[in-house]
Structure formats: structure tokens, C-alpha cells
Design a binder for this molecule. Structure first.
Ligand code: P6P
Length: 329
């Protein structure tokens, strides 16, 4: 029986295809998997370790931080900054980008991360996730890094992925040659390749949008949802978990569209471009899907601020194209 490949073997296979690489990306992806295992362990024992609930602090978004938000952020920051592959980290939980120490000045990469997305679901044991993006720095290695290193278009991503802390813990990522999913076997502490070459099904019929927002969202989303209700050609269903990673992952496997639209009181919606939208958009396009905002492709947007928000529509081609029609009509 062929042995199931571990994440480490898969990453090394990727490196061996480019023998002259420095190995920094391999080390960085490995560091992300290590941090993910630590966070998975903390999430899975949260109710027993007194780490549920509020941390008593707020983040830059003025959202109350959960204890696990802080733990996840500390874990990823500590491990990624120690790895010497990363020159800087932009995190949802940190107002300013974190500049890694002198020993990381030779780091070639920049990481943008939402350490724990879906925090409102932590205390009720519903799936949550980590979302990450990896870019090459634009400033010369060895030089101080600048804002431009963090504000790169999504098309410049070297890799992007998410970790889903669900009924099992999965790490799903792309480096631009397809999307592969790995499942953590907690008995041995290894991620194993369980979902090779993931792609959206040909047709999706699930839409994920917070129904309570339909009163305040702009007309195109109202029109899209109305069309789903009226179109009997597909057996549409609504599924909304309140965790982008969980909704995105289900839609990737079964087909569907995730929507966080522009609202009358929040014209840029809620989701952050750099660490909530660009990574799943890279994955979506690699898996045959589409990812857009109100006026075009997410990956083409030139960021202007680390925490900027953007309306977001991502998923199966047939559904996002239907949403595009509503946006342009
Ligand atoms: P609402 C979690 O805070 C998040 O960023 C996404 O993971 C999730 O889809 C969305 O916000 C939920 O927001 O306004 O529907 O509760």
C-alpha cells in the first residue's frame, strides 16, 4: 500500500523541484505547520485550560480579543519570527506590521496572517481557522523592510493557505500549482495529504451570507439572493457558519459562494483584504473558482493600508459569475 505523504515530504518534494532554492520557503511552510499544530492543540483543549472567553483587550479593529486570539497570534509571531525566513509579519491582531529582528534581515519573505478567524465561534465549539499569505519582500534582502513589502497585490503571493480547526484540523494551501489539503493525525502529530489537487465542483448551489445583513447590504447582493430563491434550476441552499475558513472550505468541496458585501453603513464591508480575502482568493483561482470585490478581481487590488477592508464574493465560477451580473447590472 502506498504510504500517504506527510506535509513535510510534500513540501520537500516542492523544494527538490528547484534545487537551487535557499530552502527558506520550505522552512517557512514547515514553521506554519508547527504553529498550526500548537494552536490546534490549544483550541481542542480550550474548555479545559481556562482559555475560553475574552482576553479583556481589543485589537486594532476595536474588536474584543478572545484569549485564543491572543494565544494564536503569540504562537505564530513567535515561531515565524524565530525561523529566519521571514523579514516581517502583518497580523490582524497587531496595529503595526511586526519587523523581525536583525537575524531575520536576510529573510526573503513577508507573511500576512489572521491568526484565528471566526473568534465569535470559539466559545461555542464551532470551527475556526487561521488564514495566511506569503510574499517575497520587495526591498533588498539585508536592507530594512518598508511598508511596500506588506502592501503588495494578491497576484504577487508566493503561497497562501488556511488551517481549519474543525472536526479534524486541516491545512490547505497553494504555491501556484494547484491546491492540496492535509489532515492532522493528532496521534502522531503529523499532517498527511488527504485532499490532493482540490478543485471546486463544476456547479455550486450553496450561498453563504449573513441573512441579517440583507436589510442593509447594497442592491446587487439582495438581487443575487432573490435570484437564488426564484431559480428552480438548481437546488439552492443557504449555509453560513460565521467563520470564513469553514464556509470557504465547505464551498470548495461541495461548491458554493461566500459573500460579505458592501453595506449601507460599511461600504467596504467587514473582511480585510490582505489576510482574509487575498489568501482564499489565490486558493479559489487555483481551484477553478473566482474571487471578486464590487469592481473587479480581488488579486488585482493594490492595497493602500495594512488593515483595509473590501467587499468580498468568492467561490464557484457559476455563482460568482451570477453575482458579477448583479453587480454590473
Ligand atoms: P458576521 C469572522 O469575524 C469573520 O471575519 C469571518 O470569518 C466571518 O465569515 C464573518 O466575519 C462573520 O461576520 O458579521 O456575519 O458575524
Amino acid at each position: 500500500m502506498s504510504k500517504t505523504k506527510t506535509l513535510g515530504e510534500f513540501i520537500m518534494d516542492g523544494q527538490s523541484a528547484f534545487p537551487f532554492v535557499s530552502g527558506q520557503l520550505t522552512r517557512l511552510l514547515t514553521d506554519i505547520s508547527v504553529a498550526s499544530k500548537i494552536v490546534s492543540h490549544q483550541v481542542n483543549r480550550a474548555g479545559l485550560a481556562g482559555i475560553l472567553g475574552d482576553a479583556g483587550s481589543t485589537n486594532v479593529q476595536d474588536e474584543s480579543q478572545q484569549k485564543l486570539d491572543v494565544i494564536a497570534d503569540d504562537t505564530f509571531m513567535r515561531i515565524l519570527s524565530a525561523g529566519k525566513s521571514v523579514a516581517g509579519i502583518g497580523s490582524e491582531e497587531q496595529e503595526e506590521a511586526f519587523i523581525c529582528g536583525d537575524e531575520a534581515r536576510n529573510g526573503k519573505y513577508i507573511v500576512l496572517i489572521d491568526p484565528l478567524d471566526g473568534s465569535s465561534n470559539i466559545d461555542v465549539n464551532v470551527s475556526i481557522g487561521t488564514i495566511f499569505s506569503i510574499y517575497r519582500r520587495v526591498t533588498p534582502v539585508g536592507e530594512p523592510i518598508s511598508e511596500a513589502d506588506f502592501l503588495q497585490k494578491g497576484t504577487e503571493q508566493i503561497a497562501a493557505g488556511y488551517v481549519l480547526y474543525g472536526s479534524s484540523t486541516m491545512l490547505v494551501y497553494t504555491t501556484g500549482t494547484g491546491v492540496n489539503g492535509f489532515t492532522l493525525d493528532p496521534a502522531v502529530g503529523e499532517f498527511f495529504l488527504s485532499h490532493p489537487q482540490m478543485e471546486f465542483p463544476e456547479v455550486g448551489s450553496t450561498y453563504s451570507v449573513n441573512g441579517a445583513l440583507l436589510d442593509t447590504c447594497t442592491e446587487p447582493t439582495k438581487k443575487f439572493v432573490q435570484r437564488c430563491h426564484e431559480d428552480n434550476s438548481l437546488n439552492y441552499r443557504a449555509r453560513y457558519i460565521g467563520s470564513l475558513v469553514a464556509d470557504f472550505h465547505r464551498n470548495l468541496i461541495h461548491g458554493g459562494i461566500y459573500i460579505y458585501p458592501s453595506l449601507s453603513n460599511k461600504p467596504n464591508g467587514k473582511l480585510r483584504l490582505l489576510y482574509e480575502c487575498s489568501p482564499p482568493s489565490f486558493i479559489a483561482e487555483q481551484a477553478g473558482g473566482i474571487a471578486i470585490h464590487d469592481n473587479g478581481r480581488i488579486l488585482d487590488v493594490q492595497p493602500t493600508e495594512l488593515h483595509q477592508r473590501i467587499p468580498y464574493y468568492v467561490g464557484s465560477k457559476n455563482l460568482v459569475e451570477a453575482m458579477q451580473e448583479c453587480l454590473s447590472s
